[in-house]
Design a protein around this ligand. Structure first.
Ligand SMILES: Nc1ncnc2c1ncn2CC[C@H](O)C(=O)O
Length: 488
């Protein structure tokens, strides 16, 4: 739809008032973003920026978007997951703080909870349709990505425009996901309409800032292959992002998701956590905190040793999957939970994924088991009954369940992550000539700056180094306090 010159596709603009109330409450919990608004209010460093954002359209993201706008940016937004949008936040973002549902004054958003995959990729295409002052179509000059889907569309678009052809895949080729077929169809239509569209878009992009582990992995792969079309800042590996959001965010939202989805008692149960990275660590501690007996599976001996020394049993999935009541995947890898594993699970075992993509659990394979029955309990909660009568309870169809079954990480922890996003957007937009087509991280002093805002917001008191102490450990009184290789 288009109202007052703003194009958008959201569930219901009537939810905007409710969304605005929750955004206002969230602002109080997001001191990093509010501090950056104050600091940059004069300079408006993002004036002229056209930011295409693909990141879960939640209340917290609405505060991020309105921070980017307050720094001068023009923004278009989609969610990066078909279940993660909070419809009232999407509505409030379109209406804006000073608009009304009849006369919106906010930001174009194309996102609603429960999109089909076709709708998801249609939304992602809308992201790139900015208009200049003459109303002419113009692309974004910045991407803010979470998982890399927006970046992927541009890169695949350029790849196929270069070769002049979009590959066709056989209908019975099971190695190609339904989702990738939709991406190919999207780009096939795009090439037919304009064979230079994505090349033109890519030429106009100064850089991308990437939110999450999985998206960052994709960027390093593109950079290694020399195929990265523009500079990238890896926001995920700011310490104040991955050591906080990934660990303490999931510690809050995994339990939230399990409780809203199943209300099952977690205490006394056996919980299998696949992966003991930043997300696995937060997941394990949350489940242990509820009284579950936590077993961890890991490929990396260092993470496995950490799990053992924190008191968790470390075993292979195959050896314990028939004893687990709750199974959570956090690996960022694929094919972790196979149909064979699910066929051996306890009756009504709960299967949940908190990795970015849905390929950790073989949901497509589950649907192909002869005689399998899917019983929808409620949105994003399905019971899958096997021919032998046992069933598993699969959350959010194997997609991110903390956002699908609950509302994702809480505001305060997202304030850390999104402060890094805003700083990274300003850095790349204003200094893009200083960057090559490679992947960068923010300097440590900015990481410490984000941390300091949030320490003080929680009433923490920082101790100051004396000049002598600073010299003794070879740092500046004001930091950075640690060498690059320090691991926190
Ligand atoms: N509340 C949230 N708003 C936006 N994104 C969220 C929220 N909770 C988790 N995420 C996912 C982003 C996270 O930083 C990641 O790494 O994927």
């Amino acid at each position: 739809r288009n109202l007052n010159g703003i194009d958008f596709a959201v569930a219901d603009l009537g939810l905007a008032e409710f969304g605005r109330k929750e955004i206002r409450l969230a602002e109080h919990e997001m001191p990093g973003l509010m501090e950056l608004r104050r600091e940059y209010a004069e300079a408006r460093p993002l004036h002229g920026a056209r930011v295409a954002g693909s990141l879960h359209m939640t209340v917290q993201t609405a505060v991020l978007i309105e921070t980017l706008v307050s720094l001068g940016a023009e923004v278009r937004w989609v969610s990066c997951n078909i279940f993660s949008t909070q419809d009232h936040a999407a509505a409030a973002t379109v209406v804006g703080p000073h608009g009304t549902p009849e006369e919106p004054k906010g930001v174009p958003v194309f996102a609603w909870k429960g999109e089909t995959l076709e709708e998801y990729w249609w939304c992602t295409e809308q992201l790139f349709l900015f208009r200049d002052e003459n109303g002419e179509l113009v692309g974004p000059n910045m991407i803010l990505d979470d998982g890399g889907d927006a970046t992927l569309l541009v890169h695949k678009g350029v790849e196929f425009e270069t070769t002049g052809v979009v590959p066709t895949v056989e209908d019975d080729d099971l190695t190609v996901s339904d989702e990738y077929r939709i991406i190919l169809d999207t780009l096939r239509r795009s090439l037919a309409a304009d064979a230079h569209r994505w090349t033109t878009v890519a030429d106009g992009i100064r850089g991308v800032t990437e939110e999450t582990t999985t998206g960052v992995h994709r960027l390093y792969q593109l950079a290694e292959q020399g195929q990265l079309l523009f500079p990238a800042i890896n926001v995920n590996d700011s310490v104040t992002k991955s050591k906080f959001d990934n660990t303490y965010g999931i510690r809050h939202s995994l339990i939230d998701g399990l409780n809203r989805a199943t209300d099952v008692l977690i205490g006394g149960k056996v919980a299998l956590v696949c992966g003991f990275g930043d997300v696995g660590k937060g997941s394990a501690s949350a489940l242990a905190g509820q009284g579950a007996r936590v077993i961890v599976s890991e490929v990396d001996p260092i993470c496995a040793l950490q799990a053992l020394l924190q008191g968790y049993q470390v075993a292979t999935l195959e050896s314990v999957v028939d004893k687990a009541d709750i199974i959570v995947t956090t690996t960022g890898n694929k094919d972790i939970i196979t149909t064979e594993a699910m066929s051996r699970m306890k009756h009504q075992a709960i299967v949940a994924n908190v990795g970015h993509f849905d390929n950790e659990i073989d949901v497509a394979g589950l649907g192909r088991i002869p005689g399998i029955i899917r019983i929808n309990i409620k949105p994003q909660v399905d019971e899958w009954v096997f021919p032998d009568g046992h069933s598993i309870i699969l959350l959010s169809e194997g997609r991110l369940m903390n956002l699908g079954n609950a509302t994702g990480h809480p505001s305060f922890v997202m304030s850390n992550s999104f402060s890094n996003q805003v700083i990274a957007q300003v850095e790349l937009f204003t200094k893009f000539e200083e960057y090559n087509k490679d992947v960068y991280r923010l300097p440590k002093h900015l990481d410490e700056k984000v941390a300091k805002i949030h320490v003080l917001a929680l009433g923490g008191e920082l101790t100051k180094l004396t000049k002598e102490q600073a010299e003794y450990i070879g740092v500046d009184v004001e930091g950075p306090f640690k060498p690059e290789h320090y691991r926190y």
